[in-house]
Design a protein around this ligand. Sequence first.
Ligand code: SDX
Length: 436
Amino acid sequence: MKLADNKATLSFSNGSPSVDLPVYQGSIGPDVVDIRKLYAQTGMFTYDPGFLSTAACQSAITYIDGDKGELLYRGYPIEQLATQCDYLDTCYLLLNGELPNTSQREDFHKLVINHTMVHEQMQMFLRGFRRDAHPMAVLTGLVGAMSAFYHDSTDVHNAQHREIAAIRLIAKMPTLVAMAHKYGAGQPYMYPQNNLSYAGNFLRMMFGTPCEEYKVSPVLERAMDRIFILHADHEQNASTSTVRLCGSSGTNPFAAIAAGVACLWGPAHGGANEAALNMLEQIQHDGGVAKVGEFVAKVKDKNSGVKLMGFGHRVYKNYDPRAKLMQQTCNEVLDELGLHNDPLFALAKALEKIALEDDYFVSRKLYPNVDFYSGIVQRAIGIPVKLFTGVFALARTVGWIAQLNEMIGDPEYKIGRPRQLFTGAVRRDVQPIAKR
Ligand code: SDX
């Protein structure tokens, strides 16, 4: 970042001395006002719950232009990566800053594929969960538990440890997600096969059984890989900010990523894909497209507390580019599976059309986000609804790691410790119980 040829002057109407604050600019996107010295100079904090106007860090990984609906991973548009690269290429790009050449690509793919097995005792760990536990509860536990198995890669300040922890996490997440699924289904685990692609391996571990050969469908394999690419990183979203804050204490990478999994679970964030599909199924159950108008009316009624899940975004005030690509993937998969008149897909498109013509949504710049169509395509692939967010966590692991490593490598980084505006009781003395 570099000093902008601009500066901010903060003045106070109560006669307190004004303060000059430096303004920095990045390569693209909004400039920032550096307030790091504000408290020392004025005895005041800034106030920004939800961080609507706060840049918590500088980063070179992912850029989003919410007004244009643009998403770049290390400068490459998501539309090009999703159609010209695969997920492991995207992982290499997010971690290293450049797309791999042929030999780098081969080495990286081989490295990841050869780390897909998990410690055999992970199976004992899984046995402690109820069979009907939510897969995200299981995954939060399994990812955190990795720090109990891989003691040789827990020092986040050791570059070699960070590198092997990154490979282990990227390689083992599909295995752990599939194990959580098989455990809930009461089926035997499928061990990874090193001769399969990353996405093909995941599909086989999810849907294969020891009883017969599992044939990977190239269309589903491509769709799965694209879903992974679309979810790989997304700037300083809630779960990435959680990973950064957690990692800023110097805890190990597995613990920091487990914190990201836990945050992603929320329905306002990664849990929205599960919630969006449940919403579509409920409308379908209540009468389908004929009931969309009634549902939208409920969403517009503030007292209902009902939101249109899969719509709206803190940053995108235009169509989420990932939602467009997800809709295309939906079309391809549903056509391939002969489900092109899937009622839920038709319902989603009808709901989107009505919402995008309704002033409530238009005036609030509410558009479909990545979660609106992802549930439909995952359901068509056969992924259980409760596992949708687990797939999101699988794909986002590389983004979390890249952001964590960027922070650790940033000489400016400190342990994150926000302050507050205190509105509670001022100092008072404890009274004897008889006087309370
Ligand atoms: C992800 O940050 C990221 O990058 C996240 C993510 C990633 O890749 O990491 O992109 C993934 O989390 C996508 C978002 C998934 N969540 C959902 O689809 C849940 C539904 N969406 C909303 O909960 C909401 O839109 C948020 C949480 C996504 C954004 O909320 P904001 O930015 O805090 O906006 P807001 O709640 O202040 O909404 C502004 C207005 C409000 O109305 P008014 O008070 O102005 O009258 O829009 C309304 C909101 O009530 N609104 C919605 C709505 N989303 C916002 N009304 C109905 N349905 C919705 N979905």
